[in-house]
Each structure stands twice: as structure tokens, then as C-alpha cells.
Design a binder for this molecule. Sequence first.
Ligand code: ATR
Length: 299
Amino acid sequence: MHIDNRVTGETRFVGLIGNPVEHSISPQLHNTISSCLGVDLIYIPFKVEEAGLKDAVNGLKALNIKGFNVTTPYKKDIMKYIDENSKEALLMGAVNTVKNIDGRLYGYNTDAEGFSRAFKEEVGEGFKGKKIAIIGAGGAARAITVKIAIEGAAEISIINRTLQKAHDIAGIIENNYSMNVGCFGTDEGAAGDALRQADIIINTTSIGMYPNTNESPLKKGIKLSDSQIVYDIIYNPSVTKLLAGAQRYGAKAVNGLGMLFYQGIYAYEIWTGIKIPKDALKHINESFVNILKNKGFKS
Ligand code: ATR
């Protein structure tokens, strides 16, 4: 008879809380990492209703979870149940990774860390001294804007449909770092100038994401150049209308796949203290691409 040895009395667990969680690739990604490294750790998704968030956190703590990810809609709300949020996470206003050490919870934001690592790996350079235009002013924009400010961006512009939200993020940056942030409404002519003059354009909105693949966050008539880098945090489809347009101008176009991958890698490293070796990382990345392919994402 077949014996399933995947879980024994010694197995530790990590997981994900959010709502919904059914679409998440994190269980497969993290369980693949554990298999690849031979670590006795399993990752389980937990769909949690808003009214049950506090109980869920206390329950996970009581069950001695090693750590967990937090996804929509709780990345902000979770922070009040965390004993110690990292300085970056506080500025970003969001926590997506929690570590449990002897019943004390520590909050981190690995989305922005993952974004930064993926960007540097794919582009070959970072944000120091660069002019950067951010499209959108939601949670993802805030985390990315804080990260690029920390990493020495020279100029930041935020372009958003709701101008006030751009100003809210600008205020956080201006209060904590010695730099000014330009804020523009989507329809302002000056928004087009900021986009044309940027070294790096980052789309943080969901405009162009499957199934709305015919939409672009860039207004018609904005011409890009081949010296620009366009980063779209969307990974499905792998080439959004924004990225296809950027490629036509000869600009470097990068999707959000690497960000998704590395936010998971960093979370795993935080929970386990393991620095995943480069060769293992390569194998895990191949599996990650296959996980997405099996889910029907086009690479
Ligand atoms: P996330 O946490 O993924 O960043 P969010 O906080 O809901 O998600 O933010 C989404 C951002 O995309 C917002 O800045 C939103 O613009 P508003 O602030 O005006 O709401 C922007 N966005 C999403 N869909 C949009 C659309 N169809 N047109 C313009 N902006 C859009």
C-alpha cells in the first residue's frame, strides 16, 4: 500500500490568509520550494472573512504557524494585529508577509522587495538617479514608490485618475525623504510630459490585465522612446497592451512575473532563514513558470 509521508508529526506549516485565495499560486510555489530544498514545511491557503480576521490571526498563532502571507483585502488591516511591523512596511502601509517567533508576530512587505530584485535582474540596473513615472496611486503604487525613494530615485511623478490619492503618496515620500514628488491627474497634459521624460515608467494599475487585454493605462498619442524602460506589474497577459506599445517604440518592456516570483522567495527566506542557493532558484523558477502555464497563463 502507498504511504503518504508528506506530512508527519514534525511537519511545520506556513500559509496564506486573504479573500479570495482560490486563484493563488503561492501554495504551489512555496510547496515546490520546500520539496526542492528538502524542508519539512507545508503551505496552506486560508480563506478568511473580514469579521474573522482577528480570530484567524490568533488561531494561527496558537497553532504555532511559522509564518504567513497576507493578500487582498487584508494587507493594511493585518497591520494592527502585528506586534512589530518593519519600518518599510509602515511607510508602505501594507504587510504581505508575517513571521511568528515564539508567539510574537513580525510584519514585512516583500512585494516591493520582490519588485526591486526582479527589476534589477531583468533591466541590469536599479533606480538610483533615475526619473521615474508611476501610473496609479493604490496600494501597489505606494509600496513601489516608497521602495524607489529609498533606493535613490532622482525624480518621481505619480499619475492617477484620482489626483488626491497621488498627493497622499507624495506626502508620505516628502515627509520621510528629502525629495519632491510631482502629482498629475490622468488627463492633464503635464502627465504626458512626465511620462515622455521618464527614464522608467511603472504601471501599478490593473488596466490591461486579463480579461481586459485591450486596455492601456497610457493615453493615445503619448510617444515613448527606445531609451525608456516600461515595467508593468501585470503578469497575465505576459505582454500587456502597454508593454506591446513600449516594444514598438524600442523601449525595454518588463512584466510583473519576476515581482510575483521574488515576493514569494523573500517570504520563504524570512520564514525559514534559508538563503536559497542560485542553482535551486533556477529550478524553482522553471517550476514557477510551469505552475503558471498549467493555470492557463500565457508566457
Ligand atoms: P492595488 O492594491 O493593486 O494597488 P488599488 O489600491 O485598488 O489596488 O489601486 C488601484 C489603482 O489603479 C488606483 O490608483 C486606481 O485609480 P483610482 O485611485 O482613481 O481609483 C487605478 N485604476 C484601476 N483601474 C483603473 C481604471 N480603469 N482607470 C484608471 N485608473 C484605474
